[in-house]
Design a protein around this ligand. Sequence first.
Ligand code: SAM
Length: 215
Amino acid sequence: MLSETQLKELAAQLQKPNGENAIEVANGMQATNANIIARAIAAINPQPGDQILEIGPGNAGHITTLPQTAHYTGLDISPEMVALAQQTFSSRPNTVFELGNGTTLPFANGAFDKVFSVNTLYFWKDPAAYATEIARTLKPGGLLCLGFIPQSTMQHIPFAKYGFTHYSQEQAAKLLESASFRTEAIDTTTETIMGNAGKEITREITILTAKSDSR
Ligand SMILES: C[S@@+](CC[C@H](N)C(=O)[O-])C[C@H]1O[C@@H](n2cnc3c(N)ncnc32)[C@H](O)[C@@H]1O
């Protein structure tokens, strides 16, 4: 069992992988979250030529499942993750990684057809403002997909009391609606995985899909 200090450290690493453990943490997340990431990608239904933004890709190992002719931008607040992903995918066409500040998005209005983000919602500092930023960078009618572990599960995860904001499906949908998104679908399913704390857990995962205002 992890001590409270270890749980705090794990929570901080999940929020922003850093230091000598960053790569190990990133590889662990990629394995733990493979299913929810795959579902989020399926929900945006990537097409050749799409301009796609991912917020918080970690090591970005999953981008091999995107069409190479889709233009992919990965934005992460962890310099270690940006450097790792840049190195891994240096020869992949149409692929860029940028360092974000967690508050604003360094992109033009209407730059993207589709945005997805898995397991970052808990860490948004000003959630309404960040959702509004995402809406700004999407084309009118563009698609946003958030993958997250809902509050019903999060409240039982020991490390998730440190620095995570928990959302029910309804709260997450309301947040996006406050930024002029229209909810398209909310799918929650259950999976059993080896959790980040090294213990098998059964958890709910939610895929929330919304469209930016097309007016
Ligand atoms: C819990 S990890 C999730 C990584 C991957 N998406 C997954 O589900 O396995 C969160 C990742 O998002 C990044 N991150 C956290 N908050 C962010 C924010 N507000 N904007 C961009 N990236 C963020 C972290 O640095 C980290 O790489």
